[in-house]
Design a protein around this ligand. Sequence first.
Ligand code: UTP
Length: 446
Amino acid sequence: MTRTEAQTLLKANGQEHVLAFWDTLDAAAQERLLAQIATLDFAAIGRMQAMLKEAGTPAAAAGAFEPAPVEEPEGDALAAYVAKGEELLRGGKVAVLLVAGGQGSRLGYEGPKGAYPIGPVTDRPLFWFHARKILGLDLTYGTHVPFYIMTSETNDAATRAHFEENDYFGLPREDVFFFVQGMWPALDPEGKIILDRPDHIFMSPDGHGGTLAALERSGALADMARRGIEQVFYFQVDNPMVAIADPSFVGLHAAKGADMTLKVCKKREAHESLGVVVVRDGHCAMVEYSELSDEQMERTMPDGSLWLAYGSPAIHMFSYAFLKAEAERNMPLHLAHKKIAHVDAAGNVVKPEKPNGYKFEKFIFDVMPNAKTLLTLAFDRTQEFSPVKNAEGNDSPATTKRDLQAKWRGWLTQAGIALPEGVPVEIDPAYALDAAQLKAKGLLIG
Ligand code: UTP
């Protein structure tokens, strides 16, 4: 892109101020700024500006809704779903998609969150647990499950280097596909792009909803098509307990021809910060915990259980066809009023005391109302969910390590192996993906 092309584009979109400091920049800085301008999606910026105009009107309330029905298959039905899932895994029809582009600000860890050491005995990182589960699937089903990992500009190089240094945790390199999520500018209240340096536009990640566009843009969807992928398991980087592409989940979703299936678990308490899956106006949707009133969160059923008993930890199945169709649509935007460092008229960097601009994000669950068939499957959180979100307290490394230990001890007990209290345990998922596999192998070592 040349300066003249940039000028024309910016002028047409009312953003000429982006070149305000052009004459003060050296050639390298000018090049960098032009490269950044070339990445701007002015159609999306137009949608952001339209949204800002409406921001004065109160946000729509969650409205009237009912909790979505929850599937809890047992016995023969469950066995049939497991068989279906296993068939798809064996046939190489299942891919795994990890979103790891977030900034992990609550945990406050330098580096990609996936590199955070969580192994209670070995300090192995979150990525190790995820990758070894995929290797476990490869070994169990004699297949190659491709692993698609979404990073962001801020952690892409470090994430790739981490996999390189660890020899891809034993996975074949050709089955690991990194792709980078989009970045967006922030806007001031007048809809102007914010410069955080004279030669730089402030940009932030476009949210986990950016996954769809990034899958398309990066060629990941084309790669899935080439491999004949039919179903995609989606999860977040912070939960080392997750059961990756477990056959019952894959099988239920595929057997019922669902576009999307979400795993849901019983909330720890009424106010736990998990979104809930609801039916509203005949469509399924996610209502975030921040949108729920105290009354809605605390309402109980005649048997004393919570009305909104289940929460979503963002563990999903998508059909490939649904992902592909959704990648071609515009997703809704969500805006957040934030403090954003910016330059003043003289080019000096100002750190604001109050929110001065708007960041925009897309959320993956906004595809839900477009699903023709959407299901939820209940799971046992003691086996599958304990995320590392905070540095301390709930959902912190300490609680995750505690929960991992409790789960593995339970597996060992089921395998007939009694461990004295206090002895730390860690099980390589490539050795045993679940209690049954451990029991089969545990008999050899026990
Ligand atoms: P969270 O909302 O928990 O955010 O992301 P986070 O960035 O990990 O942590 P905080 O909020 O800054 O403390 C949930 C999942 O979505 C991914 C994260 O990497 C995590 O796996 N994510 C989030 C993205 O991939 N991109 C984003 O833009 C945002």
